[in-house]
Every structure is written in structure tokens, then in C-alpha cells.
Design a protein around this ligand. Structure first.
Ligand code: NAP
Length: 307
């Protein structure tokens, strides 16, 4: 089979789409024929070696955390899945940027039936991160005003929809290329972050800011006064430290895998309450070029990669 692997850390040229042995499912695993994986920008940091101390890799390493695929083989002790099942999941050890992956059965949930299987690869990592930002850390309640910073990104698209689903009024930052999509996803209003500081466009502070974009410490600090006293600032990227005495709770979090939440997301997709907005579908052979595009700021939303 073919897989997108790195043999060492470095720029996007270290990614090779090459012939490798097809894995066999171990105990507790199933073999999936991959319909698609999706690109997540954190993998740029993994590929370049920036995450080496936190997540040392056994090289060569096959990239890819998200998967949508079909079960083609069952390992020992797997009782919950059968050959032919269509599933999605976030596979923390990677390996989904390939034609086949051996995946732990307990990381997988049934794929949505309302959208094509390959498109569902856009859901796991970005959807779970948005879910945990909205429901666990911000605990959005009906009627709250929520500012989603980075709504044009993969996580942002889910966060806008989940905050709306929770009953919030959503204000979202988006550049002109993303503004229309972000409004279609449910933002009541968009602010063009490329035109002026976000605060200049807000008439009053919000209850919650969700920061879903890697920004400078200065830009992060400028988000604090946008939150009303007693409000919450949740960041999926840079930690934000309000000055002592500032009555704003700031939380930075790293999303974990959670199949109950993933199944709940699938249910919302099938019910038509959450749209999976796939900005582009590219051949997996183009993964290095997708990394280059993302590093140059040329990508938006979720990109799926099809082997
Ligand atoms: N904490 C966690 O567990 C966790 C998990 C996954 C990812 N992350 C991190 O979360 C971040 C977002 O991930 P993602 O997959 O959503 O990224 P993404 O899809 O690559 O986000 C790209 C989008 O960011 C927007 N953007 C860029 N600069 C901006 C700015 N200054 N203000 C507002 N929006 C800006 C752009 O929107 P426009 O199109 O509107 O220009 C662009 O479309 C990444 O840094 C990633 O590493 C964290």
C-alpha cells in the first residue's frame, strides 16, 4: 500500500508518499481501508520536530490523525465492529495518511450516513476540539454572546455551529475569503480581523471568547478586554494570562480523544444540525504541497486527503 511518511524532521520535503507493507490488525484493532484522512495544522509542528520533546516519534512515521474508512479485517478480541462497517475516528498514534491503517477499535464510532464517507474525515480532531471548547471549557448557555476568533479554520467552523446549537449569539472573526461561509455556518456577524483590531468592531464585551488561532502574545492579551467581567476566555493555542485582578477566567486546553463526544457529533451531522464544511479535497499524494500551502497561509477550513 502507499502511505505518507516522514523519515526525519524538517520542511515539507521530508514527506514521502511511498510503498510500505500493509499493516495487520493486532489484538483490539481493526484494519481500515481509508476513504480519507484530513489535514490538521498541528502536524506541521510534528513534522518539523517542534513537538519532539512532547511526542517523540519512531521514524519513519506515517502522518495522519483523522480517519474515515471501512473495516476490512478484524483483530483478536474485537467484538464491537464487523467487516464492512463504515467508521470514523481520531487515531492518536497517527498512521491514517495511508491506504490502510490498523486502528484501535475503541477509538472508532459509526460514520455519519448523511454525508459521503470521505468528507466525514474532517470531523474527528477539529470537531472534538470545538466540542470541548464550547461545552466543557466555555460551558456556553442559551443567550450568551460568544466571539469565535479563528472561525475560518477547521476548528472554528465547528465551534461556530456548536455555539449556535447551544443557543448563543455568535460573533466570528473571518477574513473576506471565509466570511460568507462562516455566516452560512451560523455566525450572526463576522468581523474582518485583517482590516482593524477586533475590539474596534465590538460595541460591547462578550460573555465568552474562544481563541482558535495561533496568535502573538500581544494579540492574545488584546482579547482579554473583549470579555465582560465574570466572563471566560478559552484558548486552544497560546495560553492567555489576564493581569492580576482582572475578573476574567482564562483557560487553555489540549483536546483529548472522546468517542462519546465524537458519536454525539455524528448524530448532529446526521440530524442536519452540524454541517461538515470541507473546503477542499486533495489526493493524499499531495500532502507535502498541502503542508506548504498551510504554512504560507493559503488554506482555510478543513481539507480532506484521499488516498
Ligand atoms: N488545543 C488543542 O487541542 C488543539 C487541537 C487542534 C488544533 N489546535 C490548534 O488550533 C489552531 C487552529 O487549528 P485549525 O485546524 O482550526 O486551523 P486552520 O484550519 O489551519 O485555521 C486556519 C484559519 O485561521 C484563520 N486565521 C489565521 N490568522 C488569524 C487571525 N489572526 N485571526 C483570526 N483568524 C485567523 C484563517 O481564517 P480566514 O480564512 O478567515 O483568514 C484560516 O482560515 C492551530 O494552531 C492548531 O495547532 C489545538
Amino acid at each position: 500500500m502507499r502511505a505518507a511518511r516522514i523519515h526525519g524532521y524538517g520542511d515539507a520535503s521530508v514527506i514521502r508518499y511511498e510503498e510500505v507493507p500493509r499493516p495487520a490488525p493486532g489484538p483490539g484493532q481493526v484494519l481500515l481501508q481509508v476513504a480519507a484522512t484530513s489535514f490538521n495544522p498541528t502536524e506541521i509542528a510534528l513534522r518539523s520536530g517542534l513537538l519532539h520533546s512532547m511526542f517523540p516519534l519512531d521514524l519513519p512515521h506515517t502522518l495522519g490523525w483523522d480517519v474515515a474508512g471501512t473495516v476490512v479485517e478484524i483483530g483478536e478480541n474485537v467484538r464491537t465492529l464487523a467487516v464492512g462497517d463504515r467508521v470514523i475516528g481520531r487515531i492518536d498514534g497517527g498512521g491514517t495518511a495511508a491506504e490502510y491503517v490498523a486502528a484501535p477499535a475503541d477509538s472508532l464510532v459509526p460514520a455519519p450516513t448523511a454525508i459521503p464517507l470521505a468528507e466525514a474525515a474532517a470531523i474527528p480532531l477539529a470537531g472534538l476540539t470545538a466540542w470541548q471548547a464550547v461545552f466543557e471549557h466555555a460551558r456556553v448557555t442559551p443567550g450568551q454572546r460568544v466571539l469565535v476568533n479563528g472561525a475560518g479554520g477547521g476548528i472554528g467552523g465547528f465551534a461556530v455551529q456548536l455555539a449556535r446549537h447551544a443557543g448563543a449569539k455568535v460573533i466570528a472573526t473571518a477574513s473576506p475569503r471565509s466570511a460568507a461561509v462562516v455566516r452560512q455556518l451560523g455566525a450572526d456577524r463576522t468581523i474582518d480581523y485583517t482590516a482593524a483590531p477586533v475590539g474596534d468592531a465590538l460595541d460591547e464585551p462578550v460573555d465568552i471568547v474562544l481563541n482558535l488561532v495561533a496568535i502573538s502574545p500581544q494579540r492574545a492579551a488584546a482579547l482579554v478586554p473583549l470579555v465582560r467581567p465574570g466572563g471566560v476566555l478559552v484558548s486552544a493555542t497560546i495560553p492567555v494570562e489576564p493581569a492580576p485582578g482582572t475578573p476574567v477566567t482564562a483557560v487553555r486546553f489540549v483536546a483529548r480523544n472522546d468517542t462519546t463526544q465524537l458519536a454525539a457529533l455524528v448524530e448532529l451531522v446526521d440530524a442536519g444540525a452540524v454541517r461538515v464544511d470541507v473546503a477542499a479535497s486533495r489526493p493524499l499524494a499531495d500532502l507535502a504541497s498541502v503542508h506548504r500551502d498551510a504554512e504560507a497561509g493559503r488554506t482555510r477550513g478543513k481539507i480532506i486527503l484521499v488516498p
